[in-house]
Write a protein that binds this ligand. Structure first.
Ligand code: NIG
Ligand code: FE
Length: 408
C-alpha cells in the first residue's frame, strides 16, 4: 500500500467518459489531501482538509504541500521507429513542404527503410529508452502506432515491439495499427491495391494475434482519400478494432466528417478542420486529439480547439512523437502550447492530457483521473498551483511519478 499525504492541492477531472463543453474545464480540487493506493495498484481512499485514512503499514510519501494530478496520458505517438530524419529540416528551410519530401520518397518512406532494417530487439531497446524519457515528464500511459513497416512482416514486428513494451515498460501502452500511413514503393500509384492488401493480408493477423487495440489511417492529399480510409476502418471495425483517423493535418479532405460518420473514437491533428467536421465530431462524441507541437514543427496553423470545445467536441492534447513532424517526447511542451496557442484554460488542458486523452485510447475506466477505483497513477509536481504547469516553459516540472501505487 502507498499513502501520499500532505498534498497541498489535488486537481483532477472526474468520470470515465470524455468531458466536453463547459465540463472540460470542471476540475475537482481537494486541499490538504491524502490518497491511499492498495497493493493491487488501485486508489482506495481520497481524504482532504488534513484528514488521513487508516493506512496500516503503508509506505508513505510526504508531498510537502505540492500539487498532485493524475499521471499524464500521451494519446498519440509513433514511438517505434528506426533512424531519425534530422536532414529534413534544412530541406524545409530551403522551401520543401512535408508532402514534397514524402512525394520524393523521403519522409515516412525514409523511416520505413530504417525500421525494416532494425531488429525487433533493437527497436524494443530504443523504444524503452523513449518511454523512460516520457516517464520522467510525468507520462504514465502511452499510445503507440505502427506504420513504418508498410509490409506485413515489419508492421507485425512493430506491433510485437509495442506489445512487449506494454508488458515490460512502467507505463500502460495502447497499440494502434497504422498500416495505412503511406503508400510503399511496392504499391506506388496503387493506393487502392495497398488498402486491399492491408485488409486481406495484414489486418486478419493483427486481429487474430490481438496485436492492436485500434486501427488508424492517414487521410491526406496524395496519401489515402476518404473512400479508401473508410474501407480500411470499417474492415477493422468488423474485426473488433475501433477507429482513429489522422484527419485534416494538411488538407481538409473530409477526414473529420468521416470520423463522425463511422463513430471513430478519436480524430487526430485537425489543423485544417472545417465547421462541418467539427459538427460531425460533436454528434458522434469523437475525441479531437490535438497535436500542437506538430503545428509548430510543420509551421502550420494551430487547431481550432476553442471552437471544438464550444461545439461540444471533447478535446485531448498529445505529442505525436515521431521522427518527421514532432521529434519531441515532452508532453509538458504540448500543454504550454495548449495554453499559448489554443488559448485553453489550465483546467481544460489538464482534462485534455488526462481523462480525455485516456478516453481517446479506451482507457477512461482505468486511468485519467484520481478517483477511488481507478489506478494509482499520479504526478507530484514541483509547484503548488495548477496554472504553473502551463505557464512555465522548457523545464521539466515533475517531482515524483507514481504508477499503480509505485514510485517509478
Ligand atoms: O502524425 N501524419 C502522419 N504521421 C505523422 C508523421 C509521421 C512521419 O512524418 O514520420 C504525424 O504527423
Ligand atoms: Fe501522428
Amino acid at each position: 500500500m502507498l499513502l501520499i499525504k500532505n498534498i497541498g492541492l489535488l486537481a483532477t477531472p472526474q468520470g470515465n467518459t470524455a468531458r466536453c463543453g463547459a465540463e472540460q474545464g470542471r476540475i475537482k480540487e481537494y486541499r490538504d489531501a491524502a490518497v491511499l493506493v492498495d497493493d493491487g495498484g488501485n486508489i482506495v481512499s481520497i481524504t482532504e482538509n488534513g484528514e488521513l485514512p487508516q493506512a496500516g503499514n503503508a509506505e508513505v510519501i510526504d508531498a510537502a504541500g505540492a500539487l498532485v494530478t493524475p499521471g499524464l496520458v500521451d494519446a498519440h505517438t509513433h514511438l517505434v521507429f528506426g533512424g531519425w530524419r534530422a536532414h529534413e529540416v534544412p530541406l524545409k528551410i530551403a522551401g520543401a513542404s512535408y508532402l514534397d519530401i514524402l512525394n520524393a520518397g523521403g519522409g515516412i518512406l525514409n523511416t520505413l527503410v530504417n525500421t525494416r532494417k532494425a531488429s525487433e530487439d533493437e527497436l524494443f531497446e530504443r523504444s524503452m529508452g523513449f518511454l523512460n524519457e516520457e516517464l520522467a515528464f510525468g507520462v504514465t500511459t502511452v499510445e503507440i502506432k505502427s506504420g513504418y513497416g508498410l509490409d506485413k512482416e515489419t508492421e507485425l514486428k512493430q506491433l510485437r515491439v509495442i506489445r512487449r513494451l506494454n508488458e515490460e515498460a512502467a507505463q500502460d501502452v495502447v497499440s494502434t495499427f497504422l498500416g495505412a500511413h503511406a503508400i510503399p514503393d511496392e504499391f506506388k500509384g496503387n493506393a487502392d491495391g495497398y488498402i486491399d492488401y492491408l485488409i486481406d493480408e495484414v489486418l486478419p493477423t493483427v486481429a487474430e494475434e490481438k496485436l492492436a487495440d485500434f486501427c488508424d489511417v492517414f487521410t491526406e492529399s496524395s496519401v489515402f482519400n476518404v473512400e479508401q480510409s473508410k474501407k480500411i476502418l470499417l474492415a477493422a471495425q468488423k474485426l473488433g478494432l475501433p477507429s482513429k483517423i489522422h484527419a485534416d493535418e494538411i488538407d481538409p479532405l473530409g477526414g473529420s466528417e468521416l470520423a463522425g460518420e463511422i463513430g471513430a473514437v478519436s480524430a487526430e491533428h485537425l489543423i485544417a478542420t472545417r465547421d462541418s467536421g467539427i459538427e460531425a465530431m460533436a454528434k458522434s462524441k469523437t475525441v479531437a486529439c490535438l497535436l500542437p507541437q506538430t503545428s509548430l514543427y510543420l509551421g502550420k496553423p494551430f487547431a481550432r480547439a476553442r471552437d471544438m470545445i464550444s461545439a461540444g467536441v471533447p478535446v485531448a492534447i498529445a505529442t505525436d512523437f515521431n521522427p518527421g513532424s514532432c521529434p519531441s517526447l515532452n508532453l509538458q511542451l504540448s500543454m504550454n502550447l495548449g495554453y499559448l496557442k489554443y488559448r485553453l484554460y489550465p483546467e481544460e488542458i489538464l482534462t485534455a492530457v488526462t481523462l480525455n486523452a485516456a478516453c481517446a485510447i479506451g482507457m477512461g475506466d482505468r486511468v485519467g483521473s484520481v478517483e477511488v477505483g481507478k489506478q494509482g497513477d499520479m504526478v507530484i509536481w514541483n509547484t503548488t498551483e495548477l496554472p504553473m504547469l502551463f505557464y512555465r516553459m522548457g523545464s521539466n516540472q515533475v517531482k515524483t511519478v507514481i504508477k499503480k501505487g509505485k514510485t517509478v
